[in-house]
Design a binder for this molecule. Structure first.
Ligand SMILES: Nc1ncnc2c1ncn2[C@@H]1O[C@H](COP(=O)(O)OP(=O)(O)OP(=O)(O)O)[C@@H](O)[C@H]1O
Ligand SMILES: [Mg+2]
Length: 315
């Protein structure tokens, strides 16, 4: 994220087109805002359009405007978002959802820096800095013929990639204290703390909804918590239950001795031990044992072969 922030600071002052990519909830809109605020265009408008939310037919007039009578319902001239963003920044969100036909028109606008309102043949000059974002893999879309390659290169002048939260877990504690501040009155935020176990769970959860999901979880915790220390059982069940660290029967296995461990050896030992326990509990029945271990039967057999774990006669 430091690299991302560095890049934002560097590119903000230029007029180059920025393409922000990353999974849902990673902060793409936040970054687009920051680029505008740090730019020389900060005094002018930041206009945004969600290309995925507006049906194709309307999107063209939304972007470029229309003149009276150009289609049913066009009762007066209307300026498009490009013109509204004149001298400012235009944020095209969910650009990966833009219909192909409109992609052609957008490419033309980017090349000529001119728009033509729907129903008009008079070009209007626009001075707009473009920032686009998508949660889709645009290069894959290009390969599948769903996104124009030439437009992709035009947009992707400065790429900003936002990593999923699980790829930057060290940000989790920082984000948590930021959200705690936000959701409690400033003077009371340090009254709330997390037990070690609760923090471990928050750090090891995969956060499929990324920062947005974390934000929602913290907001809920602040409102619903019983005491000032948040314990594992206060966490949403998806975080609390799916994690093996919670179950106290595993705790001794995972307790780190003072002198440390050799992780590879110990993981392999734990695996051996659990496989042998499952086999002995099921009388050597590999079908049942594999169920106890949530493995495929063939995976279990492969592991046993690799590890030389054979148990005499078995099913
Ligand atoms: N680094 C961050 N610091 C603080 N808040 C963040 C950060 N990143 C994201 N958020 C918050 O997470 C939420 C989701 O962010 P945002 O809307 O920018 O995500 P997005 O990538 O545009 O998601 P989507 O693809 O679903 O539109 C917002 O409320 C935003 O304020
Ligand atoms: Mg967004």
């Amino acid at each position: 994220m430091k690299e991302v922030f560095e890049r934002i600071r560097k590119v903000a002052k230029s007029d180059s087109t920025v393409l922000i990519t990353g999974p849902s909830g990673t902060g793409k809109e936040l970054v687009a805002n920051a680029i505008h605020k740090l730019s020389n265009r900060a005094e002018a408008q930041r206009v945004s359009v969600n290309c995925g939310a507006i049906p194709g037919e309307l999107l063209e007039s939304e972007l470029f405007g229309h003149i009276k009578g150009s289609f049913t319902g066009a009762i007066s001239n209307r300026k498009g978002r490009f013109e509204l963003a004149h001298q400012g920044t235009l944020f095209l969100d969910e650009i990966g959802d833009m219909p192909l036909l409109l992609q052609v028109k957008l490419l033309r606008v980017l090349q000529l820096r001119q728009i033509e309102p729907v129903g008009s043949s008079d070009a209007v000059d626009v001075d707009v800095r473009m920032v686009a974002a998508t949660h889709r893999d645009l290069e894959a879309q290009v390969k599948d013929g769903k996104f124009r390659e030439d437009l992709f290169y035009r947009l992707n002048v400065i790429p900003v990639k936002l990593p999923a939260l699980k790829e930057r877990r060290e940000d989790i504690p920082l984000l948590i204290s930021y959200f705690l501040d936000r959701f409690t009155s400033a003077d009371r935020s340090n009254e709330i703390s997390f037990s070690h176990e609760a923090m471990d769970l928050l750090m090891s959860y995969d956060w499929p909804g990324n920062v947005r999901e974390l934000e929602n979880v913290i907001e809920r915790l602040v409102i619903l918590r019983g005491g000032n220390e948040i314990l594992p059982e206060d966490l949403p069940s998806k975080i609390y239950r799916t994690n093996p660290l919670v179950s106290s029967q595993y705790k001794t296995i995972f307790e780190l001795p003072n002198q440390g461990v050799d992780l590879k050896t110990i993981l392999s030992d734990i695996e051996d031990s659990l496989i042998l326990q499952a086999l002995s509990r099921t009388g050597g029945n590999k079908n049942q044992a594999s169920k106890l271990l949530s493995l495929n039967r063939t995976t279990l057999i492969e592991k046993m072969k690799k590890k030389g774990l054979e148990m005499g006669d078995s099913v």
